[in-house]
Design a protein around this ligand. Structure first.
Ligand SMILES: Cc1cc2nc3c(=O)[nH]c(=O)nc-3n(C[C@H](O)[C@H](O)[C@H](O)COP(=O)(O)OP(=O)(O)OC[C@H]3O[C@@H](n4cnc5c(N)ncnc54)[C@H](O)[C@@H]3O)c2cc1C
Length: 364
């Protein structure tokens, strides 16, 4: 069989392109995936306790892109979950992003919104030239809250202090002056009612798409005939590490069953200053599944294992640029997604990117 497209990687990048090419352009697609399942890092499944869990960490969908929202609604209904994250500091559970209640609880104050702004103005470093992730936080909320909430958490998560990370990492986290507890500000938020894996299955239900799991791209490339290639795996692997390995941070998950409805108050509780793990995830809050038991996951950051987070450090991006130049020399090969482009994409942004690449391919 001759394929029009070989697509490596069955995460959002690969699957959106497979779906579009097969259904809109009637192309024959071979989709190969190294792991034993589709859905990439958004993969979810029912564990032995019957609880729907996210294998690779909490995945909450949120977007302001209407086209992306329309697209994902073709394949699933969505629940109305609004993400909430708590942080455990000094024996207190407070909301993150920092808001009015966070500051009032931690400082034992009764500020209103205007007084909170006044407080921040009195402690933040106004004239600081923003060079790294620490500067972003200190320039907004001052040294005390930075030390209490961000410094150690960031060190545990990345293995380096915020001073050594690019400003983008902490720029993603807003500061609120009111008591809004919702983590994301996007118009559309939620989770697929039947889970992400089911959503992916629906996307790929097409006679033009052949799926092979447990199959590495380099094996598929040797065996099958195809005209074009879309690669969503790691770009340094594609080029046999000729410019060295790109560094990634990963996570190890420890799952634990509890014989009660809920273990904690929110889907995510961060532990910046206690424990080796960074946070505890309880997926049931997000999936809104009703069942008598629950499963939690403790997250332990590590340099081993699945490549999750591209390191937001200048030296790493300098290595990536060498691979990007190699990629530009190739014709008919598209590098799409977080591993192939060495950048952190939220799900909506990687879908948007895949839809844009499709438009280029389709000549639209
Ligand atoms: C812990 C964690 C939490 C996250 N939470 C959120 C969230 O709450 N909200 C949000 O919007 N985003 C979240 N994300 C980001 C989200 O996971 C990404 O946007 C999404 O996974 C990107 O899709 P992708 O297709 O680029 O990559 P992936 O989903 O990683 O898919 C790439 C696939 O390619 C496969 N592959 C790699 N190499 C090869 C090869 N050589 N041959 C064949 N297959 C290969 C991989 O096994 C993988 O399945 C989170 C990410 C992590 C790590």
């Amino acid at each position: 069989m001759n394929y029009d497209y070989l697509i490596a990687g069955a995460g959002f990048a690969g699957c959106v392109l497979a779906e579009r090419l097969a259904s809109i352009l009637n192309k024959k697609v071979l989709l190969v995936e190294r792991r034993d399942h589709i859905a990439g890092n958004a993969y979810d499944y029912y564990d032995d306790n019957g609880v729907l869990i996210h294998k690779y960490g909490a995945h909450i969908f949120h977007t302001n892109h209407e086209d992306v929202w329309q697209y994902v609604n073709k394949f699933s209904q969505w629940n109305n979950y609004k993400h909430k994250v708590l942080v455990s500091v000094d024996g207190k559970l407070v909301t993150i992003p920092i808001n009015l209640n966070t500051v009032n609880t931690l400082l034992n104050k009764r500020f209103n919104e205007a007084q909170l702004i006044e407080y921040f103005n009195s402690v933040r470093s106004v004239d600081l030239e923003i060079k790294n992730s620490r500067d972003v936080i200190v320039s907004q909320v001052g040294e005390y809250l930075y030390e209490l909430i961000f410094k150690n958490y960031t060190f545990k998560h990345w293995g380096v202090y915020p001073e050594d990370l690019m400003p983008e990492v902490t720029r993603r986290i807003p500061v609120r002056f009111n008591d809004n507890e919702v983590y994301f500000s996007d118009i559309h938020q939620g989770l697929p009612v039947e889970g992400y894996t089911k959503l992916f299955k629906r996307m790929l239900e097409n006679k033009n798409i052949t799926i092979l799991v447990n199959t590495d791209f380099k094996d598929a490339e040797r065996i099958f005939k195809f005209k074009h290639l879309i690669f969503t795996g790691a770009i340094d692997y594609f080029f046999d590490y000729i410019h060295g390995r790109l560094p990634y941070r990963s996570l190890r998950f420890e799952f634990e069953r509890h014989n009660r409805q809920y273990f904690q108050e929110a889907a995510v509780v961060n532990y910046p200053n206690d424990h080796v793990f960074t946070r505890i995830i309880e997926a049931k809050h997000m999936t809104q599944q009703v069942c008598p038991v629950t499963t939690i996951a403790r997250e332990y950051p590590t340099n081993e294992g699945e490549p999750f987070y591209p390191m937001p450090m200048t030296y790493a991006h300098d290595i990536y640029r060498k691979y990007e130049l190699e990629a530009m020399k190739l014709n008919g090969v598209y590098f799409v997604g977080r591993l192939a482009e060495y950048r952190y994409y939220d799900m909506d942004m990687v879908i948007k990117r895949a839809l844009d690449v499709f438009k280029v391919i389709a000549g639209a």
